[in-house]
Design a protein around this ligand. Structure first.
Ligand code: GLV
Length: 329
């Protein structure tokens, strides 16, 4: 019997790949840039399964391709906003993803961004490398204390909660805004529920931990920046589309807020002419919050678990569109 065909859009950690390769005929995309939509579509639709990345746009047009043999998608990330899940479900394609294993690593990074922006670590580093070592002085590169400050979390899922745990070690007051109240966690983590406006008005640091959806697109825009404190620092490790970047650039430039540090932009990569690139009080990382070696290996194992389960006709252990299993029942 011939082996199922898999298209893998980026090399993934070898230890996990080794578990998959004996069972499949595979192609791994090795180029520096992700495959174009045309190549992705051609290769995926001639395969049984696709191991995708968040840079692969799997929209309705992708899933509607006629004559496709694609039966399973296993995505190497927790977020699946690049995938039209209803289109996948309509075509009875289960979509796997990798929740849970990147929570702590992403929370570490969010906290790192917070410290780096508050204490101007990147600005200081840049000055030193440019040969500008300003004489030690009382007002040189002064920033804001993280300890004791108020942290507002927008979104209080796994990663938001992990950031709250870290904040406790810095004696921060933590407010959270979420679709639901988490009374049990309020006790355990010493956090308080607040409205979105209260978060915007009271927080020294605002950290975003929500999924990107039509409802959350540009959730943080001009009006929201108007409500923030002048010393507020915005952290985004969620998705770039949650923040209106034009409004962010204006807010940073006009001193409406003090600084921002993001791991995600809209689009990715950020456009070369983005006004954000010229602002010293802005830190931009290239979407690496989950990029620790251990976590990327854990993600790879889950992506492989999802693929192997799907190929054996079992339910994916981590399925982003569980409706696919009840469709038509
Ligand atoms: C990273 O952004 C992920 O969704 O896994």
């Amino acid at each position: 019997m011939s082996k199922p065909k898999i298209f893998i859009t980026r090399p993934i950690p070898q230890l996990a790949l080794d578990r998959l390769l004996p069972h499949v005929d595979y192609e791994i995309w090795q180029e520096q840039q992700p495959p174009s939509i045309e190549i992705l579509s051609k290769k995926a639709h001639a395969s049984d399964a696709l191991l995708s990345m968040l840079s692969d746009p799997l929209n309705a047009t992708f899933f509607d391709a006629p004559g496709s043999t694609l039966k399973i998608v296993s995505q190497f990330s927790v977020g699946v906003d690049n995938i039209d899940l209803s289109a996948a479900t309509n075509h009875e394609i289960p979509v796997g993803h990798t929740p849970g294993v990147l929570t702590e690593t992403t929370a570490d990074f969010a906290f790192g961004l917070m410290l780096a922006a508050a204490r101007r670590i990147v600005e200081g580093n840049n000055e030193v490398r440019q040969g500008i070592w300003r004489p030690w002085g009382p007002d040189v590169l002064t920033g804001y204390d993280v300890h004791g400050a108020t942290l507002g979390l927008i979104g209080f899922g796994r990663i938001g909660q992990a950031v709250a745990r870290r904040a406790a070690g810095f004696s921060m007051k933590v407010l959270y805004f979420d679709r639901s109240h988490h009374a049990d966690l309020e006790q355990e983590l010493g956090v308080a529920y607040a409205s979105l406006d209260q978060i915007l008005e009271q927080s020294d640091f605002i950290s975003l931990h929500i999924y990107l959806s039509p409802e959350t697109h540009h959730l943080i825009g001009k009006l929201e920046f108007e409500k923030m404190k002048p010393n507020a620092i915005l952290i985004n490790t969620a998705r770039g589309g949650v923040v209106d970047h034009q409004a962010l650039a204006v807010a940073l430039k006009n001193g409406k807020i003090a600084a921002a540090a993001v791991d995600v932009t809209e689009p990715e990569p950020i456009q070369n002419d983005s006004p954000l690139l010229d602002l010293p009080n802005m830190i931009i990382a290239p979407h690496i919050a989950s990029a620790s070696k251990a976590t990327r290996l854990r993600m790879a194992h889950i992506a492989v678990d999802n693929l192997l389960a799907g190929l054996e006709g079992r339910r994916l252990p981590f399925c982003a569109n569980p409706a696919v299993y009840t469709k038509g029942k």
